[in-house]
Design a protein around this ligand. Sequence first.
Ligand SMILES: [Zn+2]
Length: 233
Amino acid sequence: MSGLFGKLLDLLYPPKCAFCRRPVPGSRMLCPDCEGKLPRPSAADAVRYDIEHLALCRFPLYYTGTVRESLHRYKFRGAAAYCRIYAELMAGCLSGEQAGFDRVTWVPLSRNRLRTRGYDQAKLLAEETARLLGLPCERLLEKTRNNRAQSGTGSVQERYENVKGVYRCVKAPAGERILLVDDIVTTGATLSAAAAELTAAGAASVTGLTVAGSARNRDKTTEENGDSGNADF
Ligand SMILES: [Zn+2]
């Protein structure tokens, strides 16, 4: 938002930090306090290599505490504006690597879910991140059916079964290096299912990028309660 109208809106509704919800100076939705305190993985822990069909997956934040609460507001309480600060953090953890990608895409919501939620949270993240990185962004996948909520499923294996075959490629990314965006990575089942489709359709490589994640088997509580990837519940 810019111009006089934007300034008026900022006066009436001062922007709040996306994490602690205190008013912030300016329009960046991250307060200096949270900037210093956010749970950021070390460089070595901010990347996962264990997800099938993905070259790797990066994330700037751990899925815990205020990050978890913030993402919940983003996904279920209409805080769509958070996509800007999330994308800034996501683009930051790819700094210098954007030349390694031809296109950005996202793990889509089902049509039903989109209708009730009003926005596709992964699409907003993909578009905003692509803009910051100077890369093209395009829908390459659709969700063909409503699977059960990932958070409501049990074991890692059940999560993989639950998302098997739910994504379909709507445009073949032949020979392209794809950056696949989602909001959260925990087991990696959702990203893996989406990446499998892109690979089958000819993508040269698929790299994951999410707002938050858990290190592999780092925290069992996170794995069990976390809404893996595009949890869709
Ligand atoms: Zn804050």
